[in-house]
Each structure stands twice: as C-alpha cells, then as structure tokens.
Design a protein around this ligand. Structure first.
Ligand SMILES: Cc1ncc(COP(=O)(O)O)c(C=O)c1O
Length: 383
C-alpha cells in the first residue's frame, strides 16, 4: 500500500464504490460551524495561550455540567481518551475488558494499547448495544471492566450493566463516543459509568475536529486522567507516573464549548427528522427503521436501516446511483485481521445485524427533500 493510501483519512468519505464515481450529493456528515466558533478560535489565538489553558477548563466544566458529573477531563482524541480511561481504572496486562464487536475499532484497540485483552460480547437485536445476559456469560476472574458502546448514541441498557458490573466487582466504563446529550431513564449518559468517553471527530453531532472528553464523579480518576494526559507531571518537570502528551489544544476546546451550546438544537432537528424518515420507511416493505427505546433519548448520531441480507447490496447500489453516501456501521471488529489470532467469540446477533445494516446520511442539515430521496433510494433498492 502506498504511503498516500495509508494516510488517506476522510472522516466524511464513503467506503467502497468505484474510485471514479462522482462525489456524493448527500454526505454522511455535515458539521455545523459558524461565526461563534471562528470568534472563539480568534480569541484563543489572540490570547497566546494555545494549550492547557482556560478554554480547556471551560470546555471541561461545560461537559461535566451537561452530563451531570463532578469532573470532566479533555483529551486529544477519543482513542487515547479510552486508553486513559482504561489506565485510570487500573487496567493492564493480564486483564480482560468486555466490549461489543459492532463498534468502531478504537473501543477494542485502546484495550490492547494498555496491554489488556478485549473480550467480545454479543448485542441486543433492537438497540445493537451490549446484551447484558451475554456479558454475564463472558465474565471471568480476569475481567476488570465492561465497556458498553452507545450505538448511534442511543444508550446501552445501563441499569442492567451497572448492576452486573457492581455484582462482579468490575468497572463500568462507557464508550459514549457517539452519545453527546443522550439520556437513559432521564439521566445523562456519561453519569452511569465509573467514567465515560465522548469523542469529537467530524462525524459526531458536535465536533472539535479531533478531541475527546472523559466524564467522571471520581476525584482520583479525574486527577489520574490529568496526570496521564500531561506526561504524568504534577508540577513542572516532576513526573509522578508514566504519562503521555494527550492534551487537547485551546483552539479545539474553545470550539467545543461553542458546539456544546448548539447540541440541543441539533438533537431536536435530528429527532424531528427521525420521525419523518421513520414514516417514509414505514411505507417501504423490507426496510426496518432504528428502534428508539422508550426509556432513552436517542441522539440519532447515525440512522441504520435493516434490510434483508440478500438485498443489502441492491440497496447500497441504489444509494450509490442516487449519489447518497452510506456506510456499514460497523464491520464487526472481532473479524478484523488484528484479532484473527483469537478464538471465534461466536456473535450471531452481531453477524446478523451487520449482514442487514445500511447506515444512511442523517446530519442536521438534511432537508425533507433529502430525507425523501434517501427513502426513495432504499425503496428502489428493495423493489
Ligand atoms: C464508539 C467509538 N469509540 C471510539 C472512537 C474513537 O474516537 P476517536 O476517533 O476520537 O479517536 C469512536 C470514533 O468514532 C467511536 O465511534
């Protein structure tokens, strides 16, 4: 592979498809950025404090308040944020961490980065989040944490998983990368786990380009996270623990604070659009809209439609023909080459969902005409 191919990362780009295919007309994501973000960055640049300063503190305080926790610690990105969260929970070599497989690779690779072993558990067929009964089956005396991923931002079954983690004496660490502003039984995600990580890449409902925030109620965890992100330094050139440079820049943090102010508006738009697309797809035989559980507020980071497995490629082709970007969220990560040395964890629901899933654009700038075009393309693929 060329260096160019290795470096190629278009967080908004489609996967698959011919290289000569025209640019999509409806993209998967469309960050909302305005004068307020530009002004915030200008202010930081003029201040001369570009990292580890007041904008980071403000962003952290706003995230803690929004997600109902005592503390929040910002990080350079979600993947190192997860590694920091795992390290702060005392996870290391010899330990096992239970994760879903229908997730972004970082959920599991960060477990490997700290020297521990991911153990894959199956998901529920409605919310595509960790199946508590399968989690119980996979707990061993080496298990140190359960890591629910809130799929498309919709909370996992946090009450059951909290109880299972407490009974087993292990940590509950939320991978809330996709879940800004989501709730479970009227309580924000991010406040159910011992700690929780939110990512801010450009496909998220709110973004700082790169970046992450970890929320927690535990003062020691927050302290350790701050040490880990800044070379283990408790005072200038005094290094208490093995640390890293996992800091966020002040420019990103300033953007993040503004973006957080936009979150409710973005979520309201998306929830209204979900009603529209659900209604359109209800008239398309063979298409199944995402399930929104009654005890959760779904932030619809993405919108995954299930279609019959043997028609999935037809639907993908119809979306391509209509120049509507689409993805498979997510190719099961236990099937990735890096995990090929592991025993097959046997995840029938994960495999079934993957074989039927098509995720379509669902950003907050879609018009009703866009939503109608998406539904029409799915209908064409299934006709
Ligand atoms: C569930 C999940 N975990 C972890 C990550 C990694 O976050 P980042 O891309 O900020 O490193 C992502 C990113 O999309 C994600 O969706």
């Amino acid at each position: 592979m060329t260096d160019q191919a290795v470096d190629a990362y278009d967080p908004l780009a489609s996967v698959g498809g011919a290289a000569d295919r025209p640019q999509p007309r409806i993209r998967l994501a469309a960050p909302v950025m305005g004068d307020e973000e530009m002004d915030a960055v200008r202010e930081v640049l003029a201040s001369g404090i570009l990292t580890n300063g007041p904008a980071t503190r403000r962003f952290e305080a706003a995230m803690a308040q929004r997600h109902g926790t005592e503390f929040a610690v910002a990080m350079a990105n979600g993947t190192v944020g997860l590694a920091a969260m795992y390290l702060a929970a005392g996870i290391g070599p010899g330990d096992e961490v239970i994760v879903p497989s229908l997730t972004f690779i970082g959920t599991a690779t960060a477990v490997c980065h700290v020297g521990a072993t991911p153990v894959f558990a199956d998901i529920l067929p409605d919310t595509f989040t960790l199946d508590p009964s399968d989690v119980v089956r996979r707990i061993t005396d080496r298990t140190r944490a359960i890591v629910p991923v809130h799929y498309a931002g919709q909370a996992a079954d946090l009450a059951s998983l909290r109880r299972i983690a407490d009974d087993a004496g292990v940590a509950l660490l939320e991978d809330a990368a996709q879940a800004h502003g989501a709730t479970y039984r009227d309580r924000p995600v991010g406040s159910w786990g011992d700690s929780a990580m939110f990512s801010f890449t450009p496909t998220k409902n709110i973004t700082t380009g790169e970046g992450a925030v970890i929320t927690t109620d535990d003062e020691k965890t927050a302290h350790d996270l701050r040490l880990l992100r800044n070379h283990g330094m408790s005072k200038q050139y005094h290094h208490e623990i093995l640390g890293y440079n996992w800091r966020i820049t002040e420019m990103q943090a300033a953007i993040g604070a503004v973006q957080l102010g936009r979150l409710d508006g973005i979520l309201a738009t998306k929830r209204a659009n979900a009603v529209v697309l659900d209604d359109l797809l209800a008239k398309v035989p063979g298409a199944v809209s995402p399930v929104a559980a009654e005890d959760r507020d779904h932030p619809y980071l993405f919108y995954t439609v299930l279609v019959p497995a043997d028609r999935r490629e037809d639907v993908a082709a119809a979306l391509d023909d209509a120049r509507i970007e689409h993805r498979r969220y997510f190719p099961p990560i236990h099937r990735q080459p890096i995990f090929s040395h592991m025993d097959d964890p046997v995840l029938p629901v994960t495999e079934d969902v993957f074989s039927r899933a098509v995720s379509v654009p669902f950003h907050s700038k879609l018009s009703h005409a866009d939503l109608a075009d998406i539904a029409a393309a799915i209908a064409a693929g299934l006709s």
